[in-house]
Design a protein around this ligand. Structure first.
Ligand code: SF4
Ligand code: SF4
Ligand code: SF4
Length: 269
């Protein structure tokens, strides 16, 4: 499985990764909105770089090994691919935003600009890698310091372990993402003086959520943790599922009609 390793100690906060992502994914300029979280991510920004006085931390989808977003999606619009990327199918997405609620890292964002909106997030450059257009994600290729690198997950874990072993005074003895939420395909290492609070604050809501769920071990895959919450979902929400399925059917039908009409128009040209 492929993965990304970000070494917080090497990041200079230049945001070349952010620009490269926008270019390869043809993402238009962002329109910040009042209700948007202040973490730089949006439907048009799939990665961001957050800073405190001393450190810079890249934020993007973690491509969880057992993704809660996939489990939560009622129509199978999100899927875990064989290479490790969690990808989505906008034709299936019905815009219910269950994935946004389920994600422990607050990653998926809603595209408010579209008439038929759906969620957007980093897809680990899946389409371009699969087609052979690129051999590594644009963000890792664009990084001038090697702070964020791409490769086999096991190789990246070994690189991270080696760095920690070679400079034990510098690095915190933790590969963040090796075990958290059952493991992720985006890994982080950081220095001892970069507080974990900083990393956690910017990168997840897990500690808070785990406390709410009464589950002390956040190395458990998140879909299993969220079972506690899902078990107590009121019956009204089960009814919501039926409503959502209905909406999904209507949206799809509308899309089909649009496509058919377009076909007729094209035929007339
Ligand atoms: S970080 Fe969130 S959006 Fe990304 S795979 Fe994990 S659960 Fe899904
Ligand atoms: S992996 Fe691709 S889609 Fe994800 S942040 Fe990097 S450039 Fe963007
Ligand atoms: S391109 Fe590299 S050094 Fe620049 S902000 Fe991104 S991860 Fe950090």
């Amino acid at each position: 499985m492929k993965a990304i390793l970000t070494d917080v100690t090497k990041c200079i906060g230049c945001s070349e990764c952010v620009s490269a992502c926008k270019v390869i994914n043809h993402l238009p300029p962002d329109k910040p909105r009042e209700w948007q979280k202040n973490d730089g991510l949006s439907a048009r920004n799939w990665t961001s770089v957050l800073n405190n006085d001393k450190f810079n931390v890249r934020k993007q989808c973690r491509h969880c090994i057992e993704p809660a977003c996939v489990t939560a999606c009622p129509v199978g619009a999100l899927n875990k691919s064989g290479i490790g990327a969690v990808v989505y199918d906008s034709n299936k997405c019905l815009g219910c935003r269950y994935c946004m609620m389920a994600c422990p890292y607050g990653i998926p964002r809603y595209d408010w600009e579209l008439a038929v909106p759906y969620i957007r997030k980093c897809i680990l450059c899946y389409d371009n890698l699969k087609s052979g257009k690129i051999t590594q994600p644009a963000c890792t290729k664009g990084c001038p310091t090697g702070a964020t690198i791409y490769g086999e997950r096991n190789d990246l874990l070994n690189i991270a372990r080696l760095r920690i072993k070679q400079e034990p005074d510098k690095y915190l003895d933790l590969i963040y993402g090796e075990k958290e939420v059952g493991g992720t395909n985006v890994l982080y290492i950081t220095s001892k003086d970069c507080s974990l609070d900083f990393l956690f604050y910017y990168n997840n809501r897990i500690e808070k959520d785990v406390k709410l769920l009464g589950q002390p071990d956040f190395n458990e895959p998140y879909p299993q943790l969220s079972k506690f919450a899902m078990n107590s979902v009121p019956i009204a929400f089960v009814g919501m599922g039926a409503v959502m399925t209905g909406i999904y059917w209507v949206i799809n039908r509308r899309k089909k009609i649009e496509k058919e009409n377009k076909g007729i128009e094209d035929g007339e040209d």
